[in-house]
Design a protein around this ligand. Structure first.
Ligand code: MG
Length: 258
């Protein structure tokens, strides 16, 4: 069921969004070559503990697409891993493509956001192009998230950017409704038909999250941890996500990083 939020509820969601955004911003500024993925996880754990009313959406999360409850505070996906990456004992290397995905509940409302970048100085132009594509697709999706448009317009705007860049699109995992819980209706696929689907209206809050792999749309679940989704051909992936609210005045990003 798709739930619409009142303007007051959207206001109440802002602290969660800003908290998630501030943690991702701080990690973007501090993670470097040699940082261990478990340190990133511990950083987020500490931030959540220090914030009154904050609770991880990930710890003990046990949906049907994972194996058993998730036991960490953030998803860290490196290189051929693109979604749901379980942090493990790994020191980041120069040139690694890192994607962080973070969802936190603050005072009963969830914010969900993801960012990708290349760590260190070995910046492969192909990696940067892939990341730029997910960021542009996210911006295009947000811009289409306007009252009177349809959900297919958001999906199509995302898909058009991927097509322009020549990247394949996986339709299984995409955006979703956000509110009291992390994953709600509607599903927001990363491609679709313009002018089709649910009619967007003020009060709809969704996470828009384009993620693409360079040369495939196929993923597999890493049997070692039962969660991390990797590309079937070893090619790298990138992921950009914001939680946004559709208002009378257009889309508002709740997970800003400023
Ligand atoms: Mg997310």
């Amino acid at each position: 069921m798709i739930e619409l939020k009142t303007p007051k509820e959207i206001e109440a969601m802002k602290p969660a969004g800003r908290f998630v955004g501030s943690i991702l911003r701080d990690l973007r500024n501090s993670v470097k070559v040699g940082t261990n993925l478990l340190e990133i996880d511990e950083f987020v754990h500490k931030r959540i503990m220090d914030r009154k009313g904050a609770e991880s959406c990930y710890v003990d999360y046990a949906p049907d697409f994972g194996t058993g409850p998730f036991a960490h505070y953030i998803c860290t996906s490196v290189n051929d891993a693109v979604l749901h990456g379980v942090p493990y004992d790994y020191d980041l290397k120069d040139g690694d493509l890192l994607s962080l995905d973070l969802a936190i509940n603050v005072d009963g409302w969830v914010g969900d956001s993801a960012i990708s970048w290349v760590v260190g100085t070995k910046q492969d132009p192909e990696d940067l192009r892939l990341i730029k594509c997910t960021e542009e697709a996210l911006a295009a999706g947000i811009d289409a998230a306007r009252s009177g448009n349809r959900l297919g317009d958001v999906s199509c705007a995302i898909g058009d950017v991927a097509r322009e860049y020549g990247y394949p699109i996986n339709l299984e995992f995409g955006g979703h409704g956000v509110g009291r819980i992390m994953h709600g209706d509607p599903h927001v696929p990363n491609d679709g038909r313009a002018h089709h689907g649910y009619k967007l209206r003020p009060g709809l809050v969704i996470a828009i999250e384009p993620w693409f792999l360079k040369t495939t749309d196929e993923i597999y679940q890493d049997p070692k941890d039962g969660w991390t989704l990797r590309s079937s051909d070893g090619s790298r992936g990138a992921h950009s996500e914001h939680t946004i609210a559709i208002t009378e005045d257009g889309p508002v990003i709740l997970t800003t990083r400023d």
